[in-house]
Ligand binder design. Sequence first.
Ligand SMILES: *[C@@H]1O[C@H](CO)[C@@H](O)[C@H](O)[C@H]1NC(C)=O
Ligand SMILES: *[C@@H]1O[C@H](CO)[C@@H](O)[C@H](O)[C@H]1NC(C)=O
Ligand SMILES: *[C@@H]1O[C@H](CO)[C@@H](O)[C@H](O)[C@H]1NC(C)=O
Length: 535
Amino acid sequence: MQRLGKSFTLFVIVLFSDLSFTHCGNVLVLPGEYSHWYNMRNIVGELLNRNHSVTVLVNSASPTINFTQQERFQYLVFDVPLKAHEVHSLSEQLVNIWMQYPRPNMVQIGLQIMDVLGKVREMHQIMCDRMLRSETLISRLTALKFDVLLYDPMIICSDLLANILDLPVVLSLRFSLGFSMERMCGQMPSPPSYVPVPPTEMTDHMCFMERVKNVIVYVVYSFAFRMASMSLDNYYSEVLGKPTTMCETMGKADIWLIRTYWDFEYPRPLLPNFKFVGGLHCKPAKPLSKELEEFVQSSGDHGIIVFSLGSMIGNLTMERANTIASALGQIPQKVVWRYHGKTPETLAPNTKIYDWIPQNDLLGHPKTKAFITHGGTNGLYEAIYHGVPMVGLPLFADQPDNLMHMKTKGAAVVLDINKMQSEDLVDALKTVLNNPSYKESIMRLSRIHHDQPMKPLDQAVYWIEFVMRNKGAKHLRVQAHDLSWYQYHCLDVVAFLLSIVALITFLVIKTCCFLFRKCFRKTRPDAKAKKSKKE
Ligand SMILES: *[C@@H]1O[C@H](CO)[C@@H](O)[C@H](O)[C@H]1NC(C)=O
Ligand SMILES: *[C@@H]1O[C@H](CO)[C@@H](O)[C@H](O)[C@H]1NC(C)=O
Ligand SMILES: *[C@@H]1O[C@H](CO)[C@@H](O)[C@H](O)[C@H]1NC(C)=O
């Protein structure tokens, strides 16, 4: 028995030492901006906790990343002939297109977005050139001997760097318009019959007309994505010195880390190299600062409401800010509002404005009753993690669609920030606070979120480590990458089988005709003979 025990311990030790064997890897990170970086920072932090070394490659005009700051990882900065405020102003222009009131029609919005995206594209091209065509930078990166590249496809051409440095790739993505990038470059299937195309704000329960709309949007986005990626194909071929396409290069990614999960998404088919790690940035709440804690405690049994429209939106028009502030004054709860515009005149004593708030810690506070949010994915996941029902004021991009998911799952009331009156916001808040179904729904999502075999952050880091240990994850890549579109849809096989069927049918018909004619000819002289006999 003792011996058995011993060998068992030995086995356990061997097993554990085998599992805990991690070679300390060397990770190159190419981040996106704004909330994308805030999200990715958590992966970087966890990689450092596990003793990997991390280098973050950043351009000198990054509006988000303060690379002069001392960190546990090193920054490698490459110069671009741009200024951070110029880059930021383009993002602001994009946001402002959505903030126009009265809002122009979708065609005008589309044209304005195309215009700004054209400028963004030019800017990215400058960044790409500076990054990919600088021999000193490339030789320095080569000398650092990285094991993997982790990147955010917000900036085009990061995948080219992986190709030049010959590194396996893990990419981090929320989603692309119409899942075009995932479908067309990653080969992830997305049947339009039951997977709503984002961001159409439809659910997976589509009536006939909604499916018509879904298919049309699917085709339009596919076409637009093809046009946009085709304009990059030349650049990709030029840089790599061989004919290639953007999708081919991007499709070489070993692992796609998608920043959502089934607490948020509608069920849909997946590929083995797509890993869903939504909410990886969420953590248990830390204690608040003394001043904030006092304010929160002063709310008594009514509790507090946390209000933030995200990092991209600085200020509203005075009229909107006043409408919101006067609504907030009509509820018994206290409100913590993250806002850095001019203080509204109608601000009530129960509302406090802060330039920045520890949002995760506030949402995790037991006194927090509701969250007023613009519907960015990071904030949404913090609300799911801590189980806080929401009032959504979506502003732009994926936010209306994100909040639609929460609304159909019964965890949010959504308003139009441009049209709503004070009473609408008061009503929405009262509904979310007083109708227990909202709290129940968000708690159900929260349980789904927490009931996973592996925490999202651990899963993300696990797959990065996996790629480093195994020099890629090519065994998870579907063969669809190497098929042409007609092979993918088996059109060549269908054509082949149909021609066989056609050939057989033809032969059968011909044989029948032949036999029929033969019989007919044989019987005819008989019939004639019979006829003549009768006569
Ligand atoms: C990281 O390295 C430190 C110091 O060498 C060690 O104490 C720690 O256990 C290591 N952590 C992991 C997760 O391997
Ligand atoms: C960036 O970090 C440095 C060093 O910590 C600090 O002095 C500077 O104010 C920071 N810049 C911004 C824009 O936050
Ligand atoms: C924000 O407010 C400032 C003045 O407080 C104003 O100059 C600026 O144009 C406003 N920005 C937007 C995007 O409305």
